[in-house]
Write a protein that binds this ligand. Structure first.
Ligand code: SAH
Length: 494
């Protein structure tokens, strides 16, 4: 596996192209070797003149070590455990080698030539074999917006049999005027993205890496969602968190990025889809989060509510939607997380004044009775109960249905039966790392009937999102209506 990085001295520049060696912290006159966990990395300079200097990183992968190095949860290359493309193709192994061998350069540091580290150079990067199932246009779509001129040439499956057609490997040549650190971060993030797999187990630290090395270019990248999903190899919870954090970096609504409940199919960039649904007229279908807010909003109107609580309001997406509805006169968002509330408050402040003045947000823990929550027409618990420990759920039921006792309570929660329809979701996994449980439709119905019976509410159920004949819809919603107002008014007065 090989990557070469060439730098050409600009016309009139005072420094020799071999100064690339300072930036890479590798002396052009020496060949160096670095032991890696899966093989050996060599750095050598096939070309080193004042005019042009080329550094080559050659990675020799030992497939046996790759198998031995596997820990629990490392993706199994199954049939191809010993025979696979990893020794030859530019993948996450090369990213790791870049970060260990060229770490200082990757971070943009250069003690000897700091000004050079900050200078855009005439660069040319060549990779003889980049795995890229989507073909050359994928390489173009991810590298071109970053300022690279991209030449991606598909490699034939076998040159001796041209009729077999092309393989899914490309020869990739990138030319552009960029800082070396930028170039290395692009390779570091995007090579595994094009490959679509990683040789190591992913955890939340991977999000930090993506944001650190994507700094300065990922938030503005037109394919940032696709890149994020592929970088995190479609691990649903990691992707969701990463997109939300990315959105925060440039202050966009995470939902506009489709951060919530995506179908993690292996579609290419620019072909984002949401949860499977009938495709109509080629328009982008609304995301599940949009459908969920609409369903909750509709239920509130059906019940004739005008003063409503959004309990566990999070970053306030529902508050914003409800604020635009003149039928609602008072909207209160409550959440335990100050961080989420700050974002919600900031978004509310940006609303037109007539909307903003009907909305308040405040901190509160729903597992404790709060007298100020009493007397509202309706309360919403949208995607909240599953964040509460099963042992604390009774306390929440008491605080909401028993003490606050609004006329209507709208509860939404994931339908765990639907999880098999999410490709990126491992069997038995939850949709969000903070979920304490996810219920089947029967489990939700049991809970809702018990809560209704205990606190005097009738309950009806509604699926949210496209319905699957076998597993139902992705979200389940229960609408509770209080049966006996007189009793509760008396309780309130007591
Ligand atoms: N309703 C929002 C947010 C759902 S995420 C939406 O659908 O977009 C769940 C939210 O519940 C988080 O913001 C979390 O901080 C909040 N939450 C969890 N447990 C809580 C508790 N005990 N009291 C108040 N808020 C809680």
């Amino acid at each position: 596996m090989l990557v070469t990085i060439s730098c050409t001295r600009p016309v009139g520049a005072e420094w020799p192209a071999t100064d690339l060696g300072y930036l890479l912290h590798k002396n052009p006159s020496r060949r160096q070797t670095f032991e890696q966990s899966y093989g050996v990395a060599h750095v050598l300079y096939p070309e080193a003149s004042d005019e042009r200097c080329t550094a080559a990183l050659l990675l020799e992968i030992d497939p046996v070590r790759l198998v031995r190095g596997k820990s629990k949860g490392t993706p199994d290359f199954s049939l191809g455990q010993y025979v696979n493309d990893r020794p030859y193709a530019a993948s996450s192994l090369l990213s790791v080698a870049i970060s260990t061998v060229f770490g200082t350069a990757l971070h943009g540091r250069c003690a000897q030539r700091p000004e050079l580290a900050g200078t855009a150079l005439d660069l040319r990067i060549e990779l003889p074999a980049v795995p890229c199932k989507g073909g050359p246009e994928y390489a173009e779509r991810v590298f071109a917006p970053l300022g690279w001129t991209v030449a991606a040439t598909p490699l034939p499956l076998d040159p001796a049999f041209p009729e077999w057609g092309d393989s899914h490997y490309l020869r990739l040549e990138l030319t552009g005027v960029l800082r070396l650190a930028e170039a290395l971060t692009h390779l570091y993030v995007l090579l595994p993205v094009l490959d679509g797999s990683k040789h190591y187990w992913l955890d939340t630290a991977e999000i930090d890496k993506l944001l650190r090395f994507g700094e300065g270019w990922l938030t503005a990248h037109p394919e940032r969602e696709w890149i994020t999903r592929r970088y995190l190899t479609r691990r649903h919870t990691l992707v969701r968190t990463a997109l939300a954090r990315l959105a925060e970096l440039d202050d966009q609504d995470p939902e506009e990025l489709g951060a919530l409940e995506h179908d993690y199919d292996d579609e290419g960039p620019g072909t984002e889809t949401t949860v499977p649904q009938p495709v109509e007229s080629g328009e982008r279908a609304p995301s599940l989060a949009v459908l969920r807010r609409a369903a909750v909003h509709r239920a509130l109107l059906t019940e004739g509510a005008s003063r409503v609580l959004d309990l566990g309001c999070g970053q306030g997406a529902l508050l914003l939607e409800l604020a635009a509805d003149r039928a609602l006169t008072e909207i209160v968002g409550v959440d335990v997380s100050m961080r989420e509330l700050k974002i919600a408050a900031r978004r509310v402040r940006r609303l037109p004044e007539w909307q903003a003045r009907r909305v308040t947000v405040r901190q509160g823990a729903l597992t404790y009775t709060d007298a100020s929550l009493r007397g509202y027409d309706a309360a919403v618990l949208m995607e909240v109960i599953e964040h509460v420990d099963a042992t604390r759920l009774k306390a929440l039921e008491q605080a909401v249905f028993g003490a606050a006792a609004p006329g209507t309570v709208v509860v939404t929660t994931p339908n765990s039966e639907f999880n098999v329809r999410y490709d990126g979701l491992d069997a038995g996994a939850f949709r969000h790392s903070d979920h304490r449980f996810e219920w089947t439709r029967a489990e939700f119905a049991d809970w809702a009937h018990r809560v209704g019976a205990t606190h005097g509410y009738a309950v009806r159920f509604e699926p949210v999102g496209p319905e699957d004949a076998e597993v139902g819809a992705s979200t389940q919603m229960a609408v509770f209506t209080r049966k006996n107002n007189d009793d509760d008014a008396a309780k309130g007065a007591a």
